[in-house]
Design a binder for this molecule. Structure first.
Ligand code: C2O
Ligand code: CU
Length: 460
């Protein structure tokens, strides 16, 4: 496995025992406790890894609700740091968006905050902290939020959530604590050396030939982009970022940037006794990310191609031609041309910026200002042309809304909440700003957003 470095066999000394997570339910609201925990990420010859986790496990508990149902969780912060919970991709009210310092104050250690919202859209979503995310997510804080279709769910034999993560572990299989490393911030972000699926370095699930599975992939990594293919599986992409595609798309190579999701329907075509797998490609080769040993047969012949998932109630784009337009110029980072940017009301050079922890800028600003990128009337159609004038790819995420990419030839892409932008690329997105509140637009490479790639929109 090329991304797994050799750990040496040095063992850790004794580790102080950790408190058991609380799960008490007093008033019918379930707790979602974030605390220190220990889990086995690395192979058995290494010690367990000390992590921060929701519900004492990595990933945290999968929250599954029917479409239109309420999600209520009392977030209890047993971490040594203030935190919050952001429900990524779910179009909910602003006050529940979990952005510390914007939609709520950070929840202090020992304090609590109750999240309570209705899940409007079916699909694959996830939750994670939105305070010092670059550290808190790298330590293991994330979980899946699955909203089941009210009707028209595809018929499958198995429905699995695969949360794919990229950890940076040291030789004792502990999380490397070099969180603020400027080199990571100014380059690709924190790229790790140990890949897990659902917290497991060798995730496996036994299947039968012709088993039909729904695989819900979530990239929870700080910064790594996965490039995936299937072997011994015939597959279709049926949803991206939770939102159904109008026509399922045959699965060839799938790129999954940080925070992106893909719902696949896959049929096991590998022979009995063989193995199907999801393969992840890197520059210099590939490795099995998830493997599916095949034992027996589920049925004698393959099923017919899947039909589309039912659409979610996202407002349709109308009048893109007279939409309000904004431009977002992304610059900075290593090997970029940025000389200076605005911070604290004055212009700073790169060196001074870096000393203040900022290395990127949106529209010449290395930190969020008092004025939003766009002040939209409720229901207005908005277009944002984003230009990546840096030497790095970025995964641009809009809170509270899903958007579509508008191409120069007028074609309109699928609904997404996170879009991968390559270097030097300009991409225009459009959406109906129907969700009132203040919403972030930022790079989901977490070192990049912390380093300046963050702005916000206001919907009145
Ligand atoms: Cu997944 Cu602003 O977050
Ligand atoms: Cu970025």
């Amino acid at each position: 496995m090329l991304t797994r470095r050799q750990f040496n066999k040095k063992l850790l000394g004794s580790v102080a025992s950790l408190a058991m997570p609380r799960i008490a339910v007093a008033d019918g609201v379930q707790d979602l406790v974030a605390s220190e925990a220990r889990t086995r990420l690395a192979p058995a010859e290494y010690p367990e890894t000390e992590v921060w986790a929701f519900g004492g496990s990595v990933p945290g508990p999968t929250i599954r609700v029917p479409q239109g149902a309420k999600v209520s969780r009392r977030f209890v912060n047993d971490l040594p740091q203030p935190s919050s919970v952001h429900w990524h991709g779910i179009r909910i009210e602003n006050a529940m968006d979990g952005v510390a310092g914007m939609t709520q104050p950070a929840v202090e250690p020992g304090a609590q905050f109750t999240y309570d919202f209705t899940a409007p859209d079916a699909g694959t979503y996830w939750y994670h902290p939105h305070n010092r995310s670059w550290e808190q997510m790298a330590r293991g804080l994330y979980g899946a939020l699955i909203v089941e279709e009210a009707e028209g769910a595809p018929e499958v034999d198995l429905d699995d959530v695969l949360l794919i993560d990229d950890w940076r572990l040291n030789d004792a299989a502990q999380i490397a604590d070099d969180f603020g490393a400027m080199h990571d911030w100014a380059h690709a972000g924190r790229i790790g050396n140990w890949i897990t699926v659902n917290g497991n370095g060798a995730w496996t699930r036994e299947v039968q030939q012709h088993t039909r599975m729904r695989l819900r992939l979530v990239n929870t990594a700080n910064a790594r982009i996965f490039s995936l293919e299937a072997r011994g599986l015939e597959g279709w992409i049926v949803a991206l970022d939770g939102m159904p595609l109008e026509t399922p798309e045959p699965l060839e190579r799938l790129s999954l940037a940080p925070a992106q999701r893909a719902d696949l329907i896959v049929d096991v075509t590998a022979d009995e006794g063989g193995e199907a797998m999801l393969v992840s490609f890197e520059r210099d080769g590939g490795y099995a990310l998830a493997s599916f040993p095949v034992q027996g047969r589920a049925r004698t012949a393959r099923l017919s191609d899947p039909i589309p998932l039912p659409p979610n109630p996202v407002p349709a784009l109308r009048s893109i031609n007279d939409a309000r337009r904004a431009e977002l110029h992304m610059e900075g980072g290593a090997m970029g041309g940025m000389q200076s940017a605005m911070m604290g009301g004055r212009r700073m050079g790169m060196r001074e910026m870096a000393a203040a922890g900022k290395v990127w800028a949106f529209n010449g600003m290395a930190e969020m200002g008092e004025t939003p990128l766009i002040d939209a009337a409720r229901g207005e159609t908005i277009r944002i042309a984003m230009t990546n004038d840096t030497a790095w790819p970025h995964a641009m995420h809009l809170h509270g809304h899903h958007f579509r990419q508008i191409s120069a030839d007028g074609s309109v892409g699928p609904l997404r909440d996170t879009l991968l932008m390559n270097r030097s690329e300009t991409v225009e997105i459009a959406f109906v700003a129907d969700n009132p509140g203040d919403w972030l637009l930022h790079c989901h490479m977490l070192e990049h957003s912390a380093g300046g790639m963050m702005t916000w929109l206001r919907v009145a």
